[in-house]
Design a protein. Structure first.
Length: 201
């Protein structure tokens, strides 16, 4: 009798496990859905804490390189993409965050540790505009980025003093500084506009 009861419990446990597997297999592959499932199970990540914030700035770990994700009012901006070997990691991070498009991709300057991962990002997501200083260099990373921008017909903007753009309903204006510094000033402005504090410099 005891063995029969144990056999039934195992049978029920196996059926429940199969049911859970089938249910998870039927869920859409959207990263946002899986993020919600993780949260419901108490398995949220540190970056999930930014979901309800009016503005979030994520500093991505791309080794000895730069990559920043700004989220504001449901829109996203990526500033730099790290080195070429880190592009896929940037794409994976954005996907885990539930990013399905980028309002802006900004390249502060075309050194490999800033532009290198951007081709993977440009391939993986719809991008409304690409912002960069009006510089050209003869590197593999730069040429690959330019090729993808042309193939996908992504608008390229070379900001000048007084150029304005918006992210999530917040507007910022480029100052008179050279473009890499202007991008940082713009990020500071978004922080201030979104949080109601003064810009930090």
């Amino acid at each position: 009798m005891g063995q029969e009861r144990m056999g039934r419990k195992r049978y029920v446990a196996i059926l429940l496990l199969l049911l859970v597997i089938v249910l998870f297999a039927c869920l859409p592959a959207s990263s946002a859905v899986w993020r919600d499932v993780r949260r419901a199970c108490g398995l949220g990540t540190f970056s999930d804490a930014a979901d309800d914030a009016p503005f979030a700035l994520h500093v991505l770990d791309v080794g000895k390189a730069d990559s920043l994700l700004l989220e504001c009012g449901g829109e996203a901006m990526l500033v730099d993409g790290g080195t070429p070997d880190r592009g896929e990691e940037v794409v994976q991070y954005l996907t885990r965050r539930g990013i399905d498009s980028l309002r802006y991709v900004v390249n502060t300057h075309p050194d490999a540790d800033h532009i290198g991962g951007l081709p993977e990002v440009l391939q993986a997501f719809p991008v409304a505009a690409y912002i960069a200083p009006e510089l050209s260099v003869d590197t593999v990373e730069y040429r690959r980025t330019q090729q993808i921008l042309q193939e996908k017909a992504i608008a390229v903007q070379y900001p000048q003093a007084g150029t304005t753009f918006s992210l999530g309903g917040r507007r910022s204006k480029y100052g008179r500084r050279r473009p890499p510094r202007t991008v940082l000033t713009t990020i500071r402005s978004f922080c201030a506009l979104s949080t109601g504090t003064r810009p930090f410099y």
